[in-house]
Ligand binder design. Structure first.
Ligand code: ASP
Ligand code: MG
Length: 466
């Protein structure tokens, strides 16, 4: 099989992890053609983003010292990736070339004291650019011919929407398949840096956080791979948070749409667009643990075979959010009220996680992240209080609980089962939302009630039974 394996940052966070991953790739490549894709070493992208903030705040010392720290860490690791002195020296040279460019870029950005979306993408793409060198040379050291290739090198062409770029798939497919096939013919493994590509002018672009997943699926679709494996430090998707429910179980199989819902709910973060390139070609995806290959993980396919009879597949939570309820008689029957409220929040940069409006139209409730709560309330009060809204009520510390499963669609009695189970534990439900896709039934409770509700639902739908 032709397999695209994407490794997350924790899989390569130390020299021993890098060697572990390299030998894992080596052993799998005895049976399959492996095209590996890598994230930055864990924490590096966060630090690179912090550097852009420091530059913007004209904190030259701060930016320089954080850059030094990142450089030193990579250099230290690079000295321990290969045993062969010649390979070690080649790696040192390659690292020096890339790190010199990083320093030049930083110097330029500091001189200007300015961070543009374009320069920011250039800078934050370095996490992957450096990590692939380490792995490629570690593979060389184990006797596997491998070359590091950034997203740009491998031919991923995107639009110029820096920070949230989208691939131009037709061009990308052409370039990527050509470049990779060429290398494979020469028995050389391309070691691909995730997260970034380049626009048609050659400027480096990035896909947004977690974008290496997206790189993996773009590459897989371009070369018609048989499967994509997302390798990280979790076993796969779980029926619920094992910290809340001791006997939470691994989910063996889900559909693309179910995986999308679960990913957004943070069970295992997957880039929101990462499944798109797979759907058309029906390429299956697996979520697996780098450090426990005995476990086959969770398989994501168009048509799951296992567990399909289950109405609900998992109970997810988003903890510690805030609820804002806005009320006012003049909201009733006034077109544009919701639009006004949401655009005021959007202008303040507040992301809305859940919405519900009563049919009387006199109240709209929204859930936002706890960190956004003050900002959201302030901006609503400043812009709209006394105009279209009369009152803004806030409930601190609530949690969203979501049941996910395409088996809920068209099934009578799911909601009644859910709310009866929750009521039996004496938990009060504050707000409810279900999209008409019926893939996801979500409701809000006080955070202190969250664990009891999750346990009740996990029991009620017998999710521990496989
Ligand atoms: N390094 C990038 C990030 O941390 C991309 C990725 O890890 O998938 O967001
Ligand atoms: Mg990451």
């Amino acid at each position: 099989m032709k397999l695209v394996l994407k490794f997350g940052g924790t899989s390569i966070s130390s020299p021993s992890n890098i060697r572990h991953v390299a030998s894992l790739i080596k052993s799998i490549s005895k049976e399959h053609k492996i095209i590996p894709v890598f994230s930055a070493i864990s924490g590096v992208t966060d630090e690179l983003i912090r550097i852009t903030n420091l530059i913007q705040n004209r904190n030259k010392e701060g930016a320089n010292s954080l850059a030094k720290k990142i450089i030193k860490m990579h250099v230290d690791i690079s000295t321990q990736c290969a045993k062969n002195p010649k390979i070690r020296k080649d790696l040192a040279n390659k690292m020096k070339t890339d790190l010199d460019e990083l320093e030049d870029l930083l110097h330029g950005m500091l001189l200007l004291g300015e961070v543009t979306p374009k320069s920011s993408d250039y800078l934050i793409s370095f996490g992957e650019r450096l990590s692939i060198n380490l792995v490629a040379y570690a593979l060389n050291d184990m006797g596997i011919k491998a070359v590091p290739l950034t997203g740009k090198d491998v031919g991923i062409v995107t639009d110029s929407n820096f920070g949230e770029a989208k691939p131009l798939m037709d061009t990308t497919r052409l370039h990527v398949s050509h470049i990779i096939e060429n290398l494979l013919q020469k028995k050389t493994m391309p070691v691909i840096g995730g997260f970034a590509g380049a626009d048609q002018h050659g400027n480096i672009t990035t896909f947004g956080r977690g974008g290496s997943d997206y790189t993996a699926t773009i590459v897989a679709s371009s070369i018609k791979a048989e499967e994509v494996w997302l390798m990280s430090d979790v076993e796969g998707l779980m029926t619920t948070d094992p910290k809340i429910v001791k006997n939470a179980k691994l989910i063996k199989e889900v559909s693309y749409v179910e995986a999308m819902e679960m990913a957004l709910f943070g069970a295992k973060y997957i880039h929101p667009r990462a499944l798109e390139p797979l759907v058309a070609k029906k390429i299956p995806l697996r979520i697996r643990n780098t450090f426990n290959m005995k476990n086959p993980g969770t398989r994501v396919t168009a048509t799951p075979q296992i567990d399909t009879q289950k109405t609900v597949k998992c109970v997810s939570t988003i903890r510690h959010t805030g609820l804002i309820d806005v009320r006012g008689g003049s909201m009733v029957g006034a077109p544009g009220t919701a639009a006004t409220i949401f655009s005021v929040l959007a202008k303040a940069g507040v992301n809305i996680m859940m919405i519900s409006q009563s049919p009387s139209e006199s109240s709209i409730s929204v859930i936002v992240k706890k960190n956004d709560l003050d900002k959201a309330v302030n901006t609503l009060e400043m812009n709209l209080l006394g105009k279209i809204i009369k009152k803004v009520d806030v409930t601190l510390d609530v949690s969203i609980i979501a049941l996910i499963g395409s088996g809920m669609r068209g099934i009578v009695g799911v909601a009644s089962k859910v709310f009866t189970a929750v009521a039996k534990r004496g938990v009060n439900v504050i707000m409810i939302a279900q999209g008409s896709s019926e893939l996801n039934l979500a409701f809000v409770v006080r955070d202190s009630d969250c664990n009891a509700a999750v346990q009740a639902l996990h029991d009620e739908f017998e999710l521990a039974k496989t």
